[in-house]
Design a protein around this ligand. Sequence first.
Ligand SMILES: *Cc1c(COP(=O)(O)O)cnc(C)c1O
Length: 468
Amino acid sequence: MRNPMFVYDEEMADLIFGYCRERLALDPVPLDYGGYSTPLHDVLDGLISPDGNEPARVLQLFADRLATAVISSDSPRFVSFIPAAPTKASLLFDMVVSSSSLQATSWLEAAGAVCAENQALGVISHLAGLPEGAGGCFVSGGSAGNLSALMVGRDTARIRGHQTERPRFACTEEAHSSVGKALHVLGVEPFLVAAVDHRLTGEVLEAALGSGREGAADVVGVVATAGTTNGGIVDDLAGVGAVSRRRGLWFHVDAAYGGAALFAPTVRPLFDGVDLADSLVVDPHKWLFAPYDCAALVYRQPALAKAVHTQDAAYLDVIHEAMPGSEHAAGSGAGQPNGEEPWNPTDYAYHLTRRARGLPLWFSLAVYGTNAYRDAVEAALANAKESAALISETPYLELLREPTLSIVLFRRKGWSRADYETWSAELLAGQVAFVTPTTWEGEAAARLALLHPDTTVDVVAEIVDSMA
Ligand SMILES: *Cc1c(COP(=O)(O)O)cnc(C)c1O
């Protein structure tokens, strides 16, 4: 008798597809509550047992008790942290990736998936103005991207003979927390440069590096942020890139959140200089409307990354040696973006086996076209401006700065941190919005991250009214 786990069950398929259909059709997606208001261990207790359960019962339990205890990051009322807004096509195609067990580890195993992923990666690389040979892979998130890229930066410096016992990367306090974590993993110290109005500029970088300050001579690379997570602020990429070039430093651009705005002509000049990047990270699972988990990692010279990340093992030799045309793969990176040359995504980050996580984005880009992406990103930028204007006109609020991208920072006059926290909890309980406070220049502040196309200024107006 066949093991029942591997036999197609029409009834279970109907059940699951039925749930997926309902979920995909939700308009709008409800916020739901998150947290742990009812003890979930009662619900789960004894569920996993030697004999199993009816699928309908388990699904029901998931739908009623577990799914409702997750705040929907794709709800237009989710404006905390960085929301998600996956397109319908990307969500549907994610089910194809799952149903097909699609991996995209090596060319030998998965050339078709790799070609398509590289086409999507090529769109981002091209918008950034990186040269033809640029390429990389999709990783699980910006954190994984930063770690993989900085590892290449550190090792490339060593390979190029930059002698130092204590390599450092220059950055500001505004760099994402994952940059600090990555440096810690890599045994690299941050070389902190004071930001000017929350931005790293070429001028302050040059001054800090030329100052003879302790550690300046150990700097092997620089991390710039193109769209800080807290404020949506873009560093002086042209200035920082030029200093990095002149001094032979690795130039990493963390555009995990803000990189989507490369699609938007109205703000594209803010990104001038991104084309100088040695490595670039953009998270499609944030503002490029892809499902989790998906971050694009692109290197100007992929061969440098390959030299660092390729895993050697007897059983893996075949994916490197037996590749037809493998002589092209190392140096030129000609595989991208047209996917005609062999390419092993596994060689470009700290990972081996990997889900073909770029395909939902690829399908969606192919279906809707890049103009639809441009329009969706521009809509969020316009909404941020309009929301900022509304906040400016509201007497009990103070706008902290004009939004650069789609994050709006403001204060309720007279409120303490505790006031923000009470208000935030009430808003979630009332299912009005999920909006959590942040800290700005040492004090509590409200923060809206606006990227969902259905997060209209009407939703923002409700939030504003709730602070009266
Ligand atoms: C979100 C973010 C990250 C981390 O990305 P994950 O996908 O959450 O790992 C890194 N840098 C910046 C600027 C971000 O906004």
